[in-house]
Every structure is written in C-alpha cells, then in structure tokens.
Design a binder for this molecule. Structure first.
Ligand code: MN
Length: 231
C-alpha cells in the first residue's frame, strides 16, 4: 500500500565508533528508581515491582540542542538518567540472560512538565502530559556495552550552569539494568531500537529559558541542552 503522506523519520542516535546511527523504536521510562529521588517525590521505594511510562520516539533530540520551554507548563524539570539501548530481541528473559539484550548505554535527560505530572498523579491519571511530549528526551551518543565497564561505581551528575544539582552513583539504582530488562520483557517483546531511561537520582528541579543543562555519567559522552524561549 502506498503512503497517503509522509511522517517524521525515525530519529537516529549516534554510536561511538560507528558511522551508522541507532534507530529509535520506543522509549520506556522507569519511575522512582533511586531511593532518595522517590523520597523527594513523597514516596518510599516499592521493591515489589518497578513501574514505567513511555515517551514517543519523537521525544528524542540530540545532545547540543536548544529545546523550547514547552507549552502548558510553568514547572519544567530536568531528570538526568542512564539510558540503556536494546540490541537484541528479548521476551521473557531471565535476569541472568538480560545482559545479552544490551546494545549499549547513553546519557539522557527525561525532561518533565512537573506541574502536569503531579496534577495527573494526584487525580490517579496517566502521566502522558507530564512525560510524553516532543523533545522531552535529549540523548548523547551511545557507547557499546563492550566499551563500558559493568554498571556500578560510575558517578551520575547534572549541572545547571556551573551548579551541581544531581550527584549520585549508578550503584544507587534500586532496580538494576538486568532486572529492568527481565521485568519489561515479561510484558513486551523488546526489540533493537528500544531505549530504557532507567530513572533519575535526587535533586530534580526547574529550568528557565537561557539555562544550560549538562548531565554526565563516567565513561559516556555528556548530554547538554540549552533551554529556549517558551513556545
Ligand atoms: Mn525519569
């Protein structure tokens, strides 16, 4: 069947050492995956089960971009996160086998319209307006898993201008990367092109037009954005 019209192309994320890009299929986000962040949001960590939200692929924007202050919010927040890129199909995989599905890792930002998310949360509604919107997932280049040490002692941090606002270690993750992949694969057929934003440490906060945000994880290219004028 012919296409009635064209839609935006699948975004590509650069990969260190490759000329070809990693095409993005889906984006999963993990909620409350660092204990201190769960506490600052008014919750204790739930060790029974992780939970998720999704963003459209159109949320992807490359590091170095200026992203507009989005519509509908007056409390636009950064969340610095480790992103896992899936590189092999995974369905009902064990925690032990989950690592085989990992293509690589990247530094990413789960930009959030916090006022809308909290209003949705208060009314027990989905977080779509708060989380799933255009340019809400800035991401740096992917480093292949073989070129990245075991996830653990790496520092994860975020600066607004020169001020450090988030500072933790990947060992603080409540649900490990293999645990997340194994759990998600009980509900989805994970495929290459799927990204998992693994949650943010404590210290989330608002941004304003003109702010420069830099998120870093040891061993990965940092993710940097500038906040543009309100749309
Ligand atoms: Mn997040």
């Amino acid at each position: 069947m012919k296409r009635l019209f064209e839609i935006p192309a699948t975004p590509l994320v650069p990969v260190r050492g490759e000329t070809a890009g990693y095409p993005v299929h889906r984006i999963f986000g993990v909620g409350r995956n660092y204990a201190e962040h769960a506490a600052e949001m008014g919750y204790e960590v739930d060790r029974e089960t992780p939970f998720y939200f999704t963003k459209p692929a159109s949320a992807i924007v490359p590091t170095g971009s200026e992203i507009p202050y989005p519509p509908g919010t007056s409390n636009f927040h950064y969340e610095m996160e480790l992103v896992v890129a899936i590189g092999a199909p995974a369905f009902r995989v064990s925690v032990e086998d989950a690592a085989k599905a990992i293509y690589g890792y990247a530094a990413g930002l789960d930009m959030t319209r916090r006022d809308l998310q909290l209003a949705e949360r208060a009314k027990q509604r989905p977080w779509s307006l708060g989380k799933a919107f255009e340019k809400s997932a800035p991401i740096a280049e992917i480093t292949k898993a073989a070129d990245f040490p075991e996830v653990g002692s790496q520092r994860i941090s975020l600066k607004v201008g020169d001020e450090i606002r988030q500072d933790a270690h990947l060992s603080d993750l409540v649900w490990s990367v293999p645990e997340l992949i194994s759990h998600l694969s009980r509900f989805y057929h994970l495929v290459p092109g799927d990204l998992i934003f693994t949650g943010t440490p404590a210290g989330v906060g608002p941004v304003s037009p003109g702010d420069r945000i830099t998120g870093a994880i040891d061993g990965l290219q940092p993710v940097t954005i500038t906040i543009g004028a309100a749309e």
